[in-house]
Design a protein around this ligand. Structure first.
Ligand code: ADP
Length: 400
């Protein structure tokens, strides 16, 4: 059975065709600059690839390019669209309505569109992606949506409410939703497997998704009790270009001084802040690490601020969980950046956490990175959101 996984952004559409028999990626690619000009990059499991510029005025046009790439030319992987059993879509915002993945119906599409108020750029693009998929594959090919927020729906109100007038929650549903849920779900499920406790009972896990966007989730008995991202992915700690949590009055202060409107301020906080904003060098961690080696003090400051904020969050979550058994590192930085992992784990030295220096050199592979006598187990677990979307899609179409 082949499942097509779609991640539609406002001007991009990433895809993976996954054969669920061996859970192998058969082909994957990306349509970029949709609505501007258009470019598709496509490659197959056996190394065939192409990249070309082609007009993509909208997501429907992008989808036509995807099906063309899968069906024709030197990098084709299927003979007929009927070889795609179902389509799974990544959806950023599922609001309070969706605590799990569901089959797409018109009601689900309408709900995702309505939730666009909470994630304007993402959810509208997702709806375009779903509609384009229906146009390309017809109504009979089942489609499933997997929400980034769903896994965090187990948070109690005391964790998800903000200390602002209650009427804004009632009127606009302003609260913490949390994101990266698909990733946290994937790596914590794997962690529970490694612990031999698949039902999660009596476990306390802190899951650190450290990428360009980053978040941490605290899980008790396998369920999220708190997470760092909020109404949007801006909350939490310093990321590549996002500020993370700051004193809220800084926002109105800068808007007032610089004459920014809400959109401009949003842009500063989401695209010009974080590691990039502090260092002035780059949002990319490899550039930051290089700049530190070259003696750049602001890159050093950005790095130290991030480590410090992460340590504070983890300390807070250990208090909220009443202890900790395991800590997971995942995503681009979490899977590859041993020094940051070491700094974080060593900050827990007071609790008897001991890093295995040799094992902690691992990059992009699963590993236990603490010593056998460490009181907390540290793991690197590579995330795979697309695979989880494909698994949910398969389960839902098989009715399990
Ligand atoms: P996103 O999915 O949010 O775009 P990723 O999870 O791909 O982000 O992570 C991107 C980050 O991971 C970048 O800051 C990049 O520098 C970092 N990264 C990727 N590979 C490596 C590596 N081999 N060593 C250090 N950092 C890496």
């Amino acid at each position: 059975m082949n499942i097509l996984v779609i991640n539609a952004g406002s001007s991009s559409l990433k895809y993976q065709l996954i054969n669920m028999n061996g859970e192998n990626v058969i082909a994957k690619g990306n349509c970029e600059r949709i609505g501007i000009d258009g470019k598709i990059s496509h490659k197959t499991h056996d190394g065939r690839a192409f990249s070309k510029e082609v007009e993509m005025p909208d997501h429907t046009a992008a989808f036509q390019q995807v099906t063309k790439a899968l069906l024709t030319g030197k990098a084709k992987v299927i003979d007929d669209l009927s070889e795609v059993a179902a389509i799974g879509h990544r959806i950023v915002q599922g609001g309070y309505k969706y605590d799990r993945s569901v089959l797409v119906t018109q009601q689900v599409i309408d709900d995702i569109y309505d939730l666009a108020a909470l994630a304007p750029l993402h959810n509208k693009a997702h709806v375009q992606g779903i509609n384009a998929a229906i146009e390309a594959f017809g109504k009979d090919v089942p489609q499933v949506v997997v929400f980034d927020t769903a896994f965090h729906q187990t948070m109690p109100p005391k964790a998800y409410m903000f200390g602002i007038p209650y009427e804004y929650y009632e009127k606009y549903k302003i609260r913490r939703y949390g994101f990266h849920g698909t990733s946290h779900r994937y790596v914590t499920a794997r962690c529970l497997e490694l612990l031999g406790k698949p039902d999660g009972k009596d476990t306390r896990i802190v899951s650190c998704h450290l990428g360009n966007g980053s978040s941490i989730a605290a899980l008790k008995d396998g369920k999220v009790i708190d997470t760092t991202m909020g109404l949007t992915p801006l909350d939490g700690f310093i990321m590549g270009t996002r500020s993370g949590g700051i004193d809220p009055s800084v926002v109105s202060f800068i808007m007032d001084k610089e004459g920014f409107n809400p959109k401009e301020m949003d842009y500063i906080l989401n695209k010009k802040s974080g590691m990039l904003g502090i260092s002035g060098v780059s949002s990319d961690d490899r550039d930051i690490a290089q700049a530190i080696e070259d003696g750049n003090q602001r890159a050093r400051l950005a790095w130290d601020m991030r480590t410090y904020e992460i340590i504070k969050y983890i300390g807070g979550y250990i208090a909220a969980l009443g202890g900790i058994d395991s800590i997971i590192f995942t995503a681009g930085i979490g899977e590859n950046q041993g020094i940051l992992r070491q700094e974080i784990l060593e900050s827990l030295g007071y609790r008897g956490v001991k890093v295995d220096m040799e094992k902690n050199t691992v990059r992009g592979q699963e590993a236990e990175i603490t010593t056998p006598d460490s009181t907390v187990l540290g793991f690197v677990i590579p995330t795979n959101e697309e695979l989880l979307i494909a698994r949910d899609t398969k389960d839902l179409i098989l009715g399990s």
